[in-house]
Structure formats: C-alpha cells, structure tokens
Write a protein that binds this ligand. Structure first.
Ligand SMILES: [Zn+2]
Length: 280
C-alpha cells in the first residue's frame, strides 16, 4: 500500500516535471560560439533569442552564463482575446491548418485566451510570396508614409525616411529579404534596430521590442528578425521600416511593397494603433 502511494507520488511529480520542463538549461563553455550552440542543440537562432534576449546585447559569449533551450524548435504564442487561428497564423506568415495540426486543435473555434500555442520555426514564413525579392515585413497598419510629415511628437515638419507600421507589441517582424545582418543596436531616435544588407540595398527595422538575430547572421527572407516595440522616440508600438542604398540614400519602401500592401485583411487592428508612429 505504502509502495503504491510512493509510486503514485513519483508518477505525479514526473507528470508535473514533464509538463513544466518545456526546455533545459545550457551552461556556456569557453570556446562556444552562438553557432556551435545552435548546432549542438538543434535550435534556430530566432527561437534561441526569443528565450535568451541577453544574447542581443553581447558581442561575445561569457563562459558559465546559462541559457534556456526549449525542447522544441518552436516559438511560443499566448492566445489573447479576439485571436483566431487565422489571425495568429497571419502574424507568423504561415497557414492556420499547420498550426491546428501541430497543436492538436480539432476545432479551430476552440482556442481560448491564455492558451499557449507552439509555432514551429519551420512553419514561419511559409506563406510569403517567394517570387518577390522584398516582402511585407509585418502584418499591421501603415500610420506614417515615407516623405515630409508633421512629426508626431514635436509637431515640426520633417522628412520621414521610412514607413511606420503599427501593430500590437510583440508581433513578429520577418525579414523582407534574404541578407546579412550588418548592425544591431540602440539609437536614441530609432530605439532597438536591426539592419540587413541585401545586394545593393540595406533594410532597417526600428523601434523593436526584442531582436531575434545577431550581427553577422545570414538571414533568409521570411525569418523572424525581431518583435514590434515602442523603443526610442515613439508614440506606441510600431515598426519603422526603411530602405537605403549602400550610400545611405533612402527610398520609399511603399514602392517595393505596393503590390502586396492591400493583400492583407487589416480590419482586426484596433483603432488606437492608427496613432502609433515615431522616429527622428
Ligand atoms: Zn518611422
């Protein structure tokens, strides 16, 4: 009888552990690089950085520091009120049926607030238009176009060198192109930013909440490079997306995005997001 109870307790503990242990701790060893860690754990950089944002701030790894490695090579998404599988899939540029199957959801109407969904890395970006060299980096609402505008904070007429796309904080931003991450950092005006070089162009993604890439990383189009935030000079969560040539001359991103700008149903973006913009 006693033995049976002990077994029962062990069984319950094992269940709790397996439920909460969605990952494990990895202690950085001397000689490790981010790429050797990715190789030995089988996790992709974007996923690793979602759980270990400190990697964005360090140019080198510190031996003895601990990283959290999720068991699955997946992003985690917590359902909020108003979500449907379609809107969630849209944020990750993937198909709702893939998410339903992976998360064992029999009835797509039955997702609830607070529920955690797994978005496998390999699903992200599977619904982008691969024929286009530049794709829409985010599902959101354009609040400020390229060109002269009255600055949203100081009211002075200034040139806006990119477009502002408002979206809820934490919304994934995908790389609009293949390329190499040439810079990441913090700027007083643009907040946390990532710059990706692709052929003759450089794409800047600014006001980020968090980053999913490091400097030098070769990113593929459709891969998550960061998440929407409101860092730097900003009135609310949005992405400042900028297109430059190698000399730093900027171009209207709308020219490249025009053909797909209206392809998304943006109706679910709340009214207040329309005021979220920023920059210098
Ligand atoms: Zn802007």
């Amino acid at each position: 009888m006693m033995i049976r109870k002990v077994f029962l307790v062990i069984f319950i503990c094992a269940c709790i552990l397996s439920f909460s242990a969605a990952g494990y701790t990895y202690e950085i060893k001397s000689g490790d690089t981010i790429y050797s860690i990715l190789k030995s754990t089988g996790i992709s950089l974007g996923v690793l950085m979602d759980y270990n944002q400190s990697l964005a701030n360090s140019n080198y790894l510190i031996a003895g520091k601990k990283l959290f490695i999720p068991n699955e090579n997946s992003f985690s998404y917590k359902v909020v009120a108003g979500d449907s599988l379609s809107t969630i899939a849209q944020k990750y540029f993937t198909h709702p049926d893939l998410l339903a199957t992976y998360n064992n959801i029999k009835n797509s109407q039955m997702i609830r607030s607070g529920q955690e969904l797994k978005i496998p890395y390999k699903f992200v970006g599977t619904c982008i238009n691969k024929a286009s060299s530049v794709v829409w980096p985010l599902v959101g609402y354009i609040t400020s176009e390229y060109g002269y505008r009255k600055h949203p904070i100081d009211g002075v007429t200034k040139f806006h060198s990119g477009i502002d796309i408002a979206a809820p904080s934490g919304t994934p931003i995908i790389s609009a192109s293949d390329g190499k991450v040439i810079d990441i950092g913090y700027d007083d005006g643009y907040g946390k930013f990532v710059k990706v070089s692709s052929g003759a162009r450089v794409y800047m993604y600014a006001h980020l909440n968090s980053m999913n890439v490091v400097k030098g990383y070769v990113v593929r189009q459709g891969e998550i490079i960061g998440r929407v935030g409101s860092t730097g000079i900003s009135t609310g969560p949005h992405l400042h997306f900028q297109v430059e040539d190698l000399k730093g001359k900027t171009y209207d991103p709308g020219v490249y995005l025009d053909n797909i700008k209206y392809a998304y149903n943006l109706d679910y973006i709340p009214e207040e997001f329309k005021t979220y913009m920023g920059g210098k």
